[in-house]
Design a binder for this molecule. Structure first.
Ligand code: NAP
Ligand code: MG
Length: 488
């Protein structure tokens, strides 16, 4: 199917000409499972549709992997393990370098496909997601023959067959975060992408064929939660790596207890962005905007709770309102778009329910409702709430949408205790002109990632992961190798 898009964004204030991304890509009508190096039809004989959340148009059919298909994928990974794990690290590195280079060569195609299937703005998939995917493969390729330096004095062994289950917010990036370190360390993998965003993972399988990665080293099984369940509960897997909701993460932890399977969980968050009165306010407002409106707020580390030092509240609100209203919401394929489509109808309903709850509990809603949204697809105007107390539902629960709760503090002590008052512990942001304040506050925040005078910055060399109910284990950096090795 050839796909081309048009734009129908109308913003008040600035009138941009439409700037649609026109790179032509083709999508197979039916997309099979990737097992043992080949694309094969599912034994289940079941298929499901994936749609473009910005238009509600069906993009393709995708295979549903049933229990027998998952068995075949795990068996294939198990068969490939002895040879792959004994291959010299320098040889494994060559495959990873080839994958990274091929992703760079096909970057535009990957970016367009990611945006069509998931709804994120093309400028994000083009400038953030896909470059980071290549970077992760490059970075891990560099470690493949240097594992004894990452773990000095230890005998480093692969764990074995890794089951990897990923969500829909950064589909290909999550696949790279999981596959690259696992392969660098000599493991074989079965990856399950999220139901709504499987297309880029399947296209990555084409790249794996192109670089002649040995058959069975990576297998990709598509499907919904049941496919994930078959995979997670499979007796022959040695490790389970999961990124997704805290609810499913807890279930997987209960189920894997006592089985001897290694487990890492990257789960939800309710991260705090703390703005001190001495911060550069314009920059901080940019940080607030990127913290919560980037990727429609579909970011596990989204800065969804804003704590502003009281004297600057009015100024921050005024500047934030102005900036929020200048964000362009609409066709994700338009290169000017800042906020794209919500990934699925059910996620949109969840977000809308939270907004209603916020109003019902007494919060004051400030919305960027100055733009005409497309008539089809899943859309949510960026918004924030004031008059919010820490006990309000929207200040406690993860929304996973462009909805910000604004609260205040009077002392650094109060900022720290309010920020830490959550069952989650994924990320935080601290904005201040004073270096000493940054260190003092950051030291006491219970969060895996802390940004200072910035937000939502990622790098393959930097570890990512949470505390408390945000999970355990790290992805990225040298620390990201550890979940994929046995140290004997
Ligand atoms: P989810 O329902 O937990 O889904 C995540 C993945 O698990 C999907 O592939 C899903 O398949 C699969 N799955 C669902 N039920 C399963 C089960 N019983 N057993 C095994 N696998 C199962 O989460 P989501 O709603 O898609 O994703 C959003 C959540 O992910 C948010 O809470 C967010 O905070 C979190 N997240 C965390 C990070 C991080 O790094 N900490 C990163 C991104 C997202 P289907 O999609 O096909 O149902
Ligand atoms: Mg889709």
């Amino acid at each position: 199917m050839a796909t081309e898009t048009t734009t129908n964004i109308q913003a008040t204030g600035w009138e941009y000409s439409a700037a649609p991304e026109r790179f032509p890509i083709s999508i197979e009508e039916t997309n099979k499972l990737f097992i043992d190096g080949k694309f094969i039809s599912p034994k289940s004989r079941k298929w499901f549709a994936t749609t473009n959340p910005a238009t509600d148009e069906k993009l393709a059919d995708i295979a549903t992997a049933g229990a027998a298909d998952v068995n075949a994928a795990v068996a294939s990974a198990k068969k490939a393990l002895p040879k792959w794990s004994k291959l010299a690290g320098s040889e494994r590195a060559k495959y990873l370098y080839r994958i990274a280079r091929r992703i760079q060569e096909r970057a535009r195609e990957f970016a367009v496909l990611e945006t069509l299937d998931g709804g994120k703005p093309i400028k994000e998939s083009r400038d953030v997601d896909i470059p980071l995917v290549a970077q992760h493969f490059f970075y891990c390729a560099g470690w493949a023959d240097k594992l004894e330096y990452a773990f000095p004095g230890r005998n480093v062994q692969p764990i074995g067959v890794c089951a990897q289950i990923i969500p829909w917010n950064f589909p290909l990036m999550m696949a790279a975060w999981k596959l690259a370190p696992a392969l660098a360390c000599g493991n074989t993998c079965v990856l399950k992408p999220a139901e709504t965003t499987s297309l880029t993972a399947l296209r990555l399988a084409e790249v794996l064929q192109e670089v002649e990665l040995p058959e069975g080293v990576v297998n990709i099984v598509t499907g919904a939660g049941d496919t994930g369940k078959y995979l997670a509960e499979h007796k022959a897997i040695n490790k389970l790596a999961f990124t997704g909701s805290t609810h499913v993460g807890k279930m997987l932890m209960r189920n894997s207890a006592g089985t001897g399977k290694r487990l890492t969980l990257e789960l939800g968050g309710k991260s705090a962005n703390i703005i001190f009165a001495d911060a550069a306010i314009d920059q901080a407002v940019e940080g607030i905007v990127s913290g919560i409106y980037f990727n429609q707020g579909h970011v596990c580390c989204a800065g969804s709770r804003l704590f502003v030092e009281e004297p600057i509240l009015e100024e921050v609100i005024q500047k934030l309102t102005h900036r929020m209203k200048s964000l362009r919401v609409g066709d994700p394929m338009d290169k000017n778009t800042d906020v794209g489509a919500i990934n699925s109808r059910s996620q949109l309903q969840t977000i809308e329910q939270y907004i209603k709850t916020g109003v019902a509990e007494g919060g004051q809603l400030h919305e960027a409702n100055n733009q005409q949204l497309p008539s089809k697809g899943n859309w949510c105007n960026p918004c924030f709430f004031t008059d919010i107390q820490p006990s309000h539902t929207i200040a406690r629960e993860e929304i996973f949408g462009p909805v910000l709760s604004v609260m205040t503090f009077r002392t650094p002590e109060e900022a720290i205790s309010r920020a830490n008052n959550t069952p989650y512990g994924l990320a935080a942001g601290v904005w201040t002109d004073k270096g000493s304040k940054v260190f003092e506050v950051a030291k006491r925040l219970e969060a895996g990632i802390i940004w200072c005078n910035s937000y939502n910055r990622f790098d393959a060399a930097s570890p990512f992961g949470g505390f408390k109910e945000s999970g355990f284990g790290r992805e990225g950096g040298m620390q990201g190798l550890k979940p994929y090795v046995k140290l004997v």
